[in-house]
Design a protein around this ligand. Structure first.
Ligand SMILES: Nc1ccccc1C(=O)C[C@H](N)C(=O)O
Length: 302
């Protein structure tokens, strides 16, 4: 699909949609062509569970490491076999509309990345209704600060999020690190099939659990703020990626966020990945020869 099919910049196509159409646009499983919606969600979680089982069985790891006092504030850290001095760290924030998913089924990319010398950190955060969006953003911020504090001689910190997790990763472009007493060595962002303007979410059934007000949605929308934010490190790259079979609204969200990054001082790029849907785009990160796995490795080792 061409970007021109999803509306011109400046238009707000979702405001003209019926409630039913908006609901559909923001239900990624409805756009999966290879499987039915429920089977797509089931397959995604099976692949995540299996990748996590395998990662825990075959890689050096530290599991359930606390980055804060809260019960849900834990990370799993997976290490490469070979010790290196300046180890790059790749942090992953799972998706699930801020109300499902966990670190215990999200270690998709551990095998191919650790095999190439990258430490992978899978981050847990308190999903709704336990956590609010503001709390999730704060938790993710502290998880990043934690990795920097624990591994001060890291060879770069890379943040990757999928879907709602891409939103949380994108919020880190706006983080006030001085408040957290440490400036992480952020070198790259991989924002995969994300949502960057939260206002349309308010009018879908996702908001039953999230309970976002317009103020909450705006305060937590990187789309509205990122053009004014300053990169801590001018060489930090931001890659915005969306799957060919993601819905038109997901395409619009990614494209407009990329364009806004370009208006600011960010070193941004945009990729539409051919022949993948919202779930395959992450499932395929279990494979070393997958396009996105290769893009990630090239960005880290360039
Ligand atoms: N489980 C997920 C994992 C990752 C990303 C999205 C989901 C979703 O479930 C989205 C939505 N509830 C859907 O039915 O498409």
């Amino acid at each position: 699909m061409a970007i021109s099919d999803v509306g011109l910049p400046g238009e707000v196509p979702w405001k003209k949609m019926s409630a039913e159409e908006l609901e559909n646009q923001y239900r990624p499983s409805q756009w999966v062509v290879r499987l039915g919606a429920e089977e797509a969600l089931r397959t995604y979680s099976q692949i995540g569970i299996e990748a996590t089982r395998r990662a825990r069985a075959t890689r050096k790891s530290l599991l359930h490491v606390p980055y804060g006092d809260g019960e849900g504030e834990k990370v799993d850290i997976y290490f490469p076999d070979k010790a290196a001095e300046a180890l790059p760290f790749f942090l992953f924030f799972h998706g699930g509309y801020w109300q499902s998913g966990s670190k215990d089924e999200s270690a998709f990319m551990v095998d191919p990345l650790t095999a190439q010398g990258v430490a992978v950190v899978i981050v847990a955060y308190d999903i709704a209704p336990k956590g609010t969006l503001d709390q999730m953003v704060d938790q993710v911020t502290r998880s990043v600060a934690f990795v920097q504090t624990r591994y001060p001689s890291n060879g770069g910190i890379y943040l990757c999020g999928h879907s709602a997790g891409a939103h949380l990763a994108a919020m880190m472009l706006l983080a006030n690190w001085t408040k957290h007493g440490v400036t992480p060595n952020l070198k790259g962002f991989f924002l995969v099939s994300g949502v960057f303007d939260l206002e349309p979410i308010m009018y879908t059934s996702q908001n039953i659990a999230l309970q976002l007000t317009l103020e909450d949605a705006q305060r937590n929308s990187p789309q509205l703020k990122v053009a004014q934010a300053q990169p801590v490190d001018p060489i930090c790259r931001v890659l915005v990626v969306v799957g060919q079979f993601d819905s038109p609204e997901f395409h619009r969200q990614s494209w407009e966020f990329y364009q806004t990054l370009c208006q600011g001082e960010w070193k941004a790029s945009f990729e539409q990945l051919h022949d993948v849907d919202h779930f395959e785009i992450v499932e395929n990160l279990t494979q070393k020869d997958n396009v996105l796995t290769q893009i990630i490795l090239k960005t880290i080792f360039q």
